[in-house]
Design a protein around this ligand. Structure first.
Ligand code: ATP
Ligand code: MG
Ligand code: MG
Ligand code: MG
Length: 561
């Protein structure tokens, strides 16, 4: 391919809103263009990178026994009512209505869809385990779409769902996926860490996040420097380890609060909580019924955690039907986004063990507080996340911290969705049992941006070879020099003929412009036809190291690989 004909609209000035390097460089190097907040075009270079990433993912998913399907993006509300998530998911869910006034949403994730599919088609233990995946656009109306592709509202995700006969089967599927993810990010040439993630304490269920290590990451990872120990966790997960739940029951916790109309910000101010602090559970009676909101300091990154916690909450609160019966309203969830609903916290609600950390003021205080049961001691005193120097919960070694970008997550779901959506099978004895599920996501477009966050320098992107849009760029230094142009053309043909993905920068531009663009775009190798063509030689330069060697045109294939 020839640069003169490629659609690579590079730019000098980047919009001020591009705060992080990946956003800036992907715009400048002509990979993406913005359409609306959190919504982007992927131009040819980006599309090539995405193809590389998805090819690696597909290979590893298939190797682990996954089967690729493609489910609709548009999902009927009925399925989400079945799983209780239509109300629970909150304003992050893009909702729409068809001409017949039927409700739908744009899929932010596909547990409902895939579980309903499997529920209707799979009957026997012989058909399990079943691992289905897809690679597709997802839609989440993020409160603050930002950082370019890192937090979009339309983004590409690989999501796999495992269906097993029992917990032991799930365990096998889970660790298969864990191993596949490790291979995937290794093959992409990324420095990453798999860390224990907060599952919202859904009864012992496991989850790991895969974090690409980068200073711009929103997540803090704590890890044990002792490699033999290997403990690593999302700081939020580790925080809950500081004060383990100790059980005990000294009567129902009551929250006494003055009724009023408040936003979360007002509530936090009212309770005297700094916004950056962890707030546990807020339960509201609103126009929509009883609403539970779980809020953390760093709110916009924690929507999933909110759902997870809500899962816990509904378990802890005995069952939702009891709440519904008590209040005459469905249990719903108001995310931290639109909490400007009338807020009335009363005793009846508070009896449901609502816990707002740190609240102990005249107009809003608890009675019967049971630290360790209602919230951790850390909540009552000063909350702090686990940080560098804290002892490793496994071996006691002083832990360290590093920042990361969550590019993937694996999660043991258990029976929640199978039970709600009716995914049962008959075991060998003919006994009906719920399938045991897991879900496993990778942010494909986020991974592309994370790769740039981790692999760049002052001149531009430095793509790892396995996901680079092209292997190499070939250019004549002087586009007016017929010998150089011919040599470049010759090398371009040789490399292409050898199966390498190469571009020829055939533009009539000054060498500086071509060099700058090559560095900005981040081709792993640049082959330059300059004054040495007289000796039949070209210069091969590696983008990452700057290492340069002169090679004979005939040996260029070996030098580029
Ligand atoms: P985050 O904590 O960053 O909001 P999440 O935990 O909500 O992410 P999951 O539900 O675990 O995300 O989705 C699986 C993967 O999809 C994530 O690990 C991430 O790589 C990607 N992803 C999630 N939200 C976005 C987004 N808004 N833009 C781009 N990728 C995303
Ligand atoms: Mg997350
Ligand atoms: Mg999220
Ligand atoms: Mg996640």
């Amino acid at each position: 391919m020839r640069v003169s004909q490629l659609f690579i609209p590079t730019m000098r000035e980047v919009p001020a809103e591009a705060e992080v390097v990946s956003h800036q460089l992907l715009l400048r190097a002509g990979f993406i263009r913005k359409v609306a907040a959190g919504i982007y075009h992927f131009l040819p270079l980006a599309q090539r990178v995405l193809h590389k990433i998805t090819a690696i993912i597909r290979e590893e998913m298939d190797r682990a026994g996954g089967q690729e399907i493609l489910m609709p993006i548009i999902q009927p509300a009925e399925l989400w009512h079945q799983s209780n998530r239509w109300n629970v998911y909150g304003p992050e869910l893009f909702r729409l209505r068809d001409r017949h006034e039927r409700d739908f949403c744009l899929g932010p994730t596909h547990e409902e869809m895939v579980t309903a599919l499997v529920a209707s088609e799979v009957r026997s233990y012989r058909q399990l385990p079943l691992l289905l995946y897809q690679i597709q656009n997802k839609y989440r109306d993020e409160r603050r779409p930002r950082f370019g592709l890192l937090r979009g509202r339309e983004f590409i995700m690989k999501d796999l769902y495992s269906f097993d006969r029992d917990e032991a089967g799930l365990d096998v599927s889970y660790w298969k996926m864990f191993a596949a993810y490790t291979r995937i990010f290794t093959r992409m040439g990324l420095r990453f860490r798999a860390v224990e993630a907060d599952t919202g304490a859904i009864g012992g269920n496991a989850s790991h996040e895969f974090m690409v290590l980068a200073d711009s990451g929103e997540a803090v990872v704590v890890y044990c420097p002792d490699e033999a120990c290997g403990y690593a966790a999302n700081a939020e997960k580790a925080e809950s380890l500081l004060v383990p739940y100790e059980g005990g029951d000294e009567g129902p916790l009551e929250l006494v609060a003055t009724p009023g109309r408040r936003t979360v910000e007002e509530v936090t101010a009212f309770l005297g909580l700094p916004t950056q602090r962890l707030i546990k559970t807020l339960i509201y009676r609103t126009e929509r019924g009883l609403v539970a909101a779980l809020v953390r300091g760093d709110r916009e990154v924690n929507e999933v955690k909110l759902q997870n916690h809500l899962g816990v909450l509904s378990l802890e609160l005995a069952d939702e039907t009891a709440i519904e019966a008590a209040t005459g309203a469905p249990v719903g969830f108001a995310g931290p986004v639109h909490l400007d609903l009338p807020l009335v916290v009363d005793r009846e609600v508070a009896n449901l063990k609502a816990a707002v950390a740190g609240a102990n003021r005249a107009d809003a205080h608890y009675v019967n507080v049971c630290p360790g049961r209602d919230f951790s001691v850390a909540d009552v005193a000063d909350i702090r996340l686990v940080t560098a120097g804290d002892p490793c919960p496994r071996c006691g070694e002083a832990m360290r911290t590093v920042k990361g970008i969550e590019v993937g997550q694996v999660f043991k779901l258990g029976e929640k969705y199978s039970r709600l959506m009716g995914a049962y099978y008959l075991d060998e004895q003919g006994v009906k049992r719920p399938m045991v599920m897991g879900c496993y996501g990778i942010g494909v477009s986020r991974t592309m941006a994370a790769a740039v966050e981790q692999n760049h320098d002052a001149d531009g992107i430095v793509w790892p070879a396995s996901i680079a849009p092209f292997h190499a760029v070939v250019l004549p230094v002087n586009s007016q020099d017929a010998r150089q142009v011919a040599a470049a053309e010759g090398v371009y043909q040789i490399l292409s003929g050898a199966g390498l993905e190469v571009v020829l920068d055939d533009r009539d531009e000054r060498p500086g412009v071509k060099f700058k663009d090559a560095d900005l775009i981040g081709y792993p190798v640049r082959v330059t036809a300059g004054r040495h063509v007289a000796e039949g030689k070209v210069e091969v330069r590696r983008r990452r190291t700057g290492e340069t060697l002169l090679v004979a045109e005939t040996e260029v294939v070996a030098a580029v690989q």
